[in-house]
Write a protein that binds this ligand. Structure first.
Ligand code: BGC
Length: 950
């Protein structure tokens, strides 16, 4: 399977030029309903120091108005913040359902003609909150569903899913509406569509768009997304037909481990909303709306459920039902169930799409009529199967699993009640391609029952996920680390499915906040997740408890405690902060600040002594840590201090000075409480008393010695990563951490919360060698242990399967959980050395500090909001060559790894202070330079430590 392809800058060479124009973090989006969308761009140039000095954005309804001398609707004027990556639109109110063209021109420090680039976006059904536009016109279509009494409920044809047998599953309604095209030619046709449930729409038989599982999962009682499609090309003269199929999806299907199918989760049956707007050349709009003129019946899909699977019975197929000319007189009229549009919002994210297709690695005949297919990759998606002749009533059953048991059969115990079974029932006609449309499974293996023969060319796995554009790539000389990176990336693909889920296979698939929080820094390097998290942060906000607190999962799920646990609820603070830093968009903070403040105040309210002990929800602590548990109060209080600190920083960025001051004060007080209660520090010149629990008998170190209650790796990691200790204590804490890591193998005994911090903290305190040692470790717990045993994605547990003990308890043993894959961040930041400095946002100030370890080469490339950042280094003999690409508008501090700072050369010459480069001294093992934008090529003498060598 090839690596996902990245959105790349234009390959043409030349001076400063904008590219990659986006509106609200998306390329030419349809359906923007933000009144002040962010218009942003990236920059490229082939010259050093070719930085922007000013930019100007203009917006118009017609491209011609952007030409010189034209009169645009909005002109930002010359904006002289050279560091800007975008500007929010601040012109006259945007009209709904309108295309706007915009252009950015960027002036360069090199005194050349400003370079323009243009793009467009289109507004949605409405603009602004409230579902109404200025003309008082809001959506008009009704919510419609199938006629009462038309749906038979059938028992699912699966084994092992008891909930199913009690509640049954219903056939998917089909709805159709024939209409005549308006007499004057249509110049623009847009379809705005949504469902309570899932929808797929065809216009004259052709599928509209390529969104899967639309409209996506939200708390439908608070917010329902619609998608916008350009259907101009699908329209024909004369009779046209809109045809929709609905499925239960998250709305009325099985969700998570909540077994309420009878009452369903949000509703009992799916509903459709659609508005087709046809604009003719004379400026008239004709609307085709969902209403009681639609006709409905059931068809081929006898049931479809996200967890249980999908059944197609071809005997129920009617040729041409979605085409003009079909006689639908025996269909029933659709039932109107409401006209309330207040919850409708334009989807701010890219939809789930089918993004890859995998051929089988092997197809094995297990016994008569039963084949086992190995796709060689664990993924989320579905199987596409071609059957050549399936007799009427004959069944083909597809079951899915991530692993095989000792007998080589599917291992499905870890799916819990998710039946993950698809079924095809034949109609005797030849040649049919079966592909479920409203379900997905987490699997590597499929078992196909009911076909005498199965050719490898007749079956494929289709990967589905939210289509976040790929922005990052990582490469290095170690095949193990390359595979690790691939596992991490596939974990991301499999678990970004409308919401960031914990896992794609069992009856869970929930938006757990901590999982997302620890993985976000990795995810945001691999892909542009700005739009995806814009959407999910709304879910996080919608889920907040009546007292303002963040929850553990979003959207909420009955059966999961709402009260956010330490590290889980805190994601509501950490995630917007990280998104702001990554995407240079303060709106992430502006939208989140009320929730952040409420969260921190709530913890404070319930814990006036500032040790976070009360209102801890289910307190998962350092979830799934294999070693001695970190004391809960240590974990919680560390997060309390960190959240208070980030809330203060967020308020500061937004210019809210009073709250910033209050939260800084609170953060300082919680840090003091943390050190008072949990930390013992003995200075080097102290009275000689060793801190409690010192068992190693090591001689006292010059910087003193320090213990954090519990003396666990995670305790030190939290304290160091969150800056909880006074400056002069940190070295001692880092030394203790290093000791614990060494004593464990070297090894890591952290759970979800500690793991993300381990390598970055060790590296920051000069122990990149230990971080590398952790990466090289092959025994559990380690990243390479699962890889040795065939993993193609990151496991939920360090030892989900062990040769001595087999599978861990099936009740909780996913083989596709991304949380422990949070090491991916350090592959980019540490191993390759591609990072931004702590105070930087939007990669304005890069920090390039590779940690070569014993590797021969490594590199990373990242499409930042500013432009391409790339770092690549390679060792040949005793020389290390380092290439760094800094985008226009950025600067970089480059730490060239070297054992002889005097040996460093840049582009062949001795680096001397000049317009684009200055020397900034040395750091242990590095020579440090500050550079302007451009490409730099360093070489330096480099002899690695013996123990680093692999
Ligand atoms: C999920 C986790 C989640 C956890 C809470 C599990 O069932 O799979 O990833 O964070 O519960 O502790």
């Amino acid at each position: 399977m090839s690596a996902p392809s990245m959105s790349a800058p234009p390959s043409a060479t030349g001076p400063l030029r904008p590219y990659g124009l986006r509106c609200d973090h998306r390329v030419t989006p349809l359906g923007i309903d933000e009144p002040a969308p962010l218009l942003s761009w990236r920059l490229a140039s082939d010259h050093r120091g070719d930085d922007p000095t000013a930019h100007r954005v203009r917006l118009a309804r017609h491209p011609g108005e952007l030409a010189p001398g034209g009169r645009p609707l909005w002109d930002s004027g010359e904006l002289t913040d050279p560091g800007a990556t975008g500007v929010p639109y601040t012109g006259p109110a945007l009209e709904p359902r309108t295309r706007y063209h915009w252009q950015v021109t960027v002036a360069s420090a090199r005194d050349q003609e400003p370079a323009p680039a243009a793009s467009w976006f289109e507004t949605g059904l409405t603009v602004g909150p409230g579902g109404q536009d200025a003309s008082g016109e809001g959506p008009r279509a009704a919510w419609i569903t199938h006629a009462p009494g038309r749906i038979d409920v059938m028992d699912a044809p699966t084994e092992g899913a008891s909930a199913l047998n009690h509640h049954g599953l219903a056939p998917c309604p089909q709805l159709r509406r024939a209409f005549d095209a308006p007499p004057a030619p249509v110049v623009r046709a847009r379809l705005y569509a949504s469902a309570r449930g899932l929808y797929e729409i065809r216009l004259n038989g052709t599928r509209v768009g390529d969104a899967e599982l639309a409209p996506g999962w939200t708390d439908y009682h608070r917010r329902i997304q619609y998608q916008t499609y350009d259907v101009t090309e699908l329209l024909r003269t004369g009779e046209n037909v809109l045809a929709a199929t609905l499925a239960d999806g998250w709305w009325s299907g099985f969700v998570g481990f909540e077994p309420r199918r009878a009452g369903a989760h949000y509703g009992t049956e799916p509903h459709l909303f659609a508005e087709l707007h046809l604009l003719d050349g004379e400026g008239r709009t004709t609307r085709i709306l969902t209403d009681d003129s639609w006709r409905t019946r059931t068809g081929v899909i006898r049931h479809a459920d996200l967890l249980m699977g999908e059944c197609h019975d071809l005997r129920h197929h009617t040729d041409g039902w979605e085409l003009p000319g079909h006689d639908d007189r025996d269909w029933s009229p659709a039932r109107v169930t409401g006209t309330d549009h207040r919850l409708l919002v334009a989807a701010p994210d890219e939809p789930v799409r089918a993004t890859a297709e995998l051929a089988p690695r092997t197809v094995t005949r297990l016994r008569d009529g039963v084949h086992l297919v190995d796709f060689g990759q664990n993924l989320a998606g579905r199987v596409r199967l071609r059957v050549h002749a399936l007799p009427a009533g004959a069944r083909v059953t597809l079951r899915h699993a991530e692993a095989l048991d000792e007998d080589g059969a599917l291992y499905t115990a870890n799916l819990r009640t998710a039946a993950a079974t698809d079924l095809l029932i034949g109609d005797g006609r030849p040649d049919h391609v079966f592909e479920p449309r409203f379900t997905y499974h987490g699997f590597r293996y499929a078992e196909v029952t009911g076909l005498p023969e199965l050719a490898a060319t007749d079956i494929a796995a289709v990967a589905l996920h939210s289509d976040t554009p790929w922005t990052g790539s990582f490469d290095c000389s170690d095949p193990g680390l390359r595979r690790l990176h691939s596992c991490i990336t596939w974990g991301q693909r499999s678990n970004f499915v409308s919401v960031p889920t914990d896992c794609p296979q069992r009856d869970e698939r929930l938006g757990w906040l901590a999982d997302a929080q620890v993985f976000l820094p990795t995810a945001a390097l691999n892909a542009d997740v700005a739009a995806f998290f814009t959407k999910w942060l709304r879910d996080v906000d919608d889920a907040r408890t009546p007292d303002g607190g963040f929850t553990n999962v979003a959207p909420r799920l009955a059966g999961v405690a709402d009260e956010g646990a330490p590290g889980w609820g805190d994601a509501g603070v950490l995630i917007p902060w990280h998104l702001y830093r990554t995407y240079d968009d303060p709106r992430f903070l502006a939208r989140a600040l009320p929730g952040m403040r409420a969260w921190v105040s709530l913890v404070q309210l319930h814990n006036p002594d500032l040790v976070w002990r009360h209102r801890v929800g289910p307190h998962f602590s350092d979830w799934l840590a294999p070693g001695t548990p970190t004391p809960r109060d240590v974990v919680a209080t560390a997060y309390f201090a960190h959240s208070a600190h980030l809330t203060a920083r967020a308020a500061e960025v937004l210019g809210h000075h009073d709250p910033a001051r209050d939260h800084h004060k609170l953060a300082a007080a919680v840090r003091d409480t943390f050190t008072d209660r949990f930390v013992t520090y003995t200075p080097a010149d102290g009275a000689g008393t060793e801190p409690d629990g010192r068992a190693d008998g090591a001689a006292e170190e010059p910087t003193g010695s320090l213990r954090i209650e519990g003396d666990t790796q995670t305790g030190y990691l939290l304290a160091l990563a969150f800056g909880l200790l006074p400056e002069e204590w940190r070295e001692a804490a880092a030394r203790r951490l290093a000791h614990l890591v060494e004593a464990a193998g070297p090894g890591l005994v952290t759970g979800f919360l500690g793991v993300a911090l381990a390598a970055p903290v060790l590296d920051a305190y000069g122990r990149a060698d230990l971080a590398h040692a952790l990466l090289r470790r092959t025994e559990a717990p380690s990243w390479l242990f699962p890889l040795r045993h065939g993993a193609t994605t990151i496991w939920e547990r360090w030892d989900g399967w062990h040769p001595d003990t087999g599978f861990r308890a099936a009740a909780m043993n996913s083989f596709n959980h991304y949380a422990l894959g949070s090491i991916g961040e350090w592959l980019y930041r540490g191993v390759a050395g591609l990072d931004q400095s702590p105070g930087s946002t939007g990669y304005r100030h890069l920090l390039v500090r590779p940690a070569p370890g014993g590797l021969a080469h490594a590199g990373a490339r990242y499409e930042s909001v500013r432009g391409t950042v790339a770092v690549h280094w390679e060792r040949t003999g005793r020389t290390l060559a380092l290439r760094v690409q800094v985008p226009p508008g950025a600067t970089a501090e480059i730490h060239v790894p070297t054992t002889d700072p005097g040996s460093v050369r840049e582009s062949g010459g001795i680096p001397a202070d000049g317009a684009h480069l200055t020397r900034a001294g040395t750091a242990p093992g590095h020579a440090v330079y500050r550079v302007a934008s451009g490409v730099y090529r360093f070489t330096a003498a480099y002899v690695p430590h013996e123990e680093d060598m692999t």
